[in-house]
Design a protein around this ligand. Sequence first.
Ligand code: ACO
Length: 361
Amino acid sequence: MIQPGLKGVVATETKISHIDGEKGRLIYRGYDVKELTEHDSFEEVAYLLWFGVLPTAKELTKFNEELKSHRTLSSYLKTILDSLPREMDMMSVLRTVVSAEGSLHYTSKPTIQQCMKLTSMMPTMIAYRNHSLQGTPFVEPRQDLGHVENYLYMLHGVLPTKAQTNALETYMILTMEHGMNASTFSARVTASTESDLISAVTSAIGTMKGPLHGGAPSEVIHLLEEIGCTANTEQVLRRKLENREKLMGFGHRVYKTHDPRAVALKSTLLKQVGEDEWLDLALYVENTAVELLEEYKPGRSLYTNVEFYAAAIMKAIHMDPSLFTPTFTASRIVGWTAHILEQSQNNTIYRPESKYTGRIL
Ligand code: ACO
């Protein structure tokens, strides 16, 4: 029997995360992700995904120091970043530069140190390229800042507010890992051939780039921009639903109740960002859309997904839409690399079969 897209096929066992689509829960290594966003940093959750347990204070200090030590890019990588054509999109840039990084190290079986190095340098790659495109001087990473705070600092050249850092940190923790999604599966397939960590991450970036996977948050921005103000909301949404268009940022293949990541992002936005015209509009659009979706699509249980409030968060922290998917990549790399480690520790090569429907002579 063929399962198009392997839908419903259980391809492997994992101890990394669990998605409960009926109850709307996402668990990382036994911990509810919402609680992790409330008590833990990006670094602590990355440690949890890679090592399987949360770090002690001593372990965290050592881990943070090592992670920070990899923030600076080599002149070799900077030369490559400078020589790529301006019109090359950021995801293709990341795929190329990560691949180039692999010519220097990473020849052994995947290790946690390799995962840390690549995760640490990815925000610097994004910020370096962004400054180069904007024609603004590169802002070197700072060693006294946390991973997410330093990313925002490098992008904007000024220290972010605590609220801005918390908002992005929540987003990056919530999107670090999500089971056997397409890019994670790509990473595991490459790792299953006993190829190196860089090749597996490069496969994942190429998969993440596709609009059906990593590209949705900017579509939500287009929707909010098209609506523009609360007074237009019902009219625009009704027109789209009458035209049988999908409302971007609503519905999910796995979650048939509230997406827990959307719930967590919304409460962070309300707490951290406070007064913000985009947030007010997003809240109004959510309420109106959920009512209208029930009217036009009764019984389908359509609620906001993670992309809806991700877009509002990005807008509130002044992140350019061209950086949405790369920022998603800078968080999901933790999940990819955790899966690459897991795959390489207990490996069976992925080799499904296909049914021939072509001509037989
Ligand atoms: N707007 C309007 N109607 C919708 C929406 C939506 N956003 N989502 C689902 N529906 C309707 C469908 O038209 C369908 O109606 P029907 O029964 O009359 O044919 C019904 O609800 C079921 O929808 P499916 O498309 O079968 O649901 P599926 O689980 O296959 O799709 C998906 C999930 C792709 C996310 C869909 O809800 C969608 O396209 N949403 C908008 C795009 C989006 O926000 N993508 C980001 C997802 S989150 C992520 O990828 C990280």
